[in-house]
Design a protein around this ligand. Structure first.
Ligand code: SF4
Ligand code: SF4
Length: 184
């Protein structure tokens, strides 16, 4: 089998979804077509270092090839750390981070959410943090920090305000996490 045949077995371009690129551009990835696949963003990306299949450059490549199902079946887009290194380094001002965010929006529209992201949303609603280590109080004390961080965790009124805002977003319409009003 030639290399070309092997690649054809993995990716069938005739099955690509040509509408995906436009969808991404409408959802925040306006500069998608400026990408020249130079891979500078990949060199700066923790996802690439950690071995995820779809880091910034590859997400863009897959979007341009219309590989909607491959992107939605993989958890890579949810592992982006929002570090924005890719945005800073890109010579074409593509803003790959925004393209990953746009792909997340596509996934949310299609309810293609991994368990991890649902847990993160639930934690965001319950504490104000997508990731919150509730059991870290002792460790914080040991290094001279207050038991709770100075955020919504230590400020119930601010948390209530955040929850009221979240209940007015599309997240509430999706119904994927419980979002009761306190006291209801
Ligand atoms: S997004 Fe920018 S840095 Fe990344 S491959 Fe495309 S042009 Fe290069
Ligand atoms: S923002 Fe996301 S995609 Fe960009 S370098 Fe950081 S982890 Fe990678």
């Amino acid at each position: 089998m030639t290399n070309e045949q092997a690649v054809a077995d993995i990716i069938n371009l005739s099955e690509g979804d040509s509408s995906l690129a436009n969808e991404i551009r409408e959802l925040g990835g306006e500069e998608l077509l400026e990408c020249i696949q130079c891979a500078k963003c990949a060199a700066a990306c923790p996802l690439a270092l950690a071995g995820f299949s779809f880091f910034n450059k590859r997400v863009i490549q897959a979007v341009l090839m219309g590989l909607r199902d491959a992107l939605l079946d993989d958890s890579s887009i949810w592992a982006c750390q929002s570090c924005n290194r890719c945005t800073e380094i890109c010579p074409r001002e593509v803003n790959p981070f925004e393209i990953i965010q746009a792909m997340r929006r596509v996934a949310i529209r299609e309810f293609a959410l991994p368990t991890l992201s649902i847990e993160g949303l639930k934690s965001l609603y319950d504490t104000g943090h997508a990731v919150y280590l509730a059991g870290a109080g002792n460790t914080r004390n040991k290094v001279g920090l207050p038991e709770k961080p100075p955020s919504t965790v230590a400020n119930p009124e601010a948390l209530k305000e955040l929850q009221a805002i979240l209940r007015k977003t599309a997240l509430a319409e999706l119904g994927i996490i419980p979002m009761e009003e306190p006291g209801v």
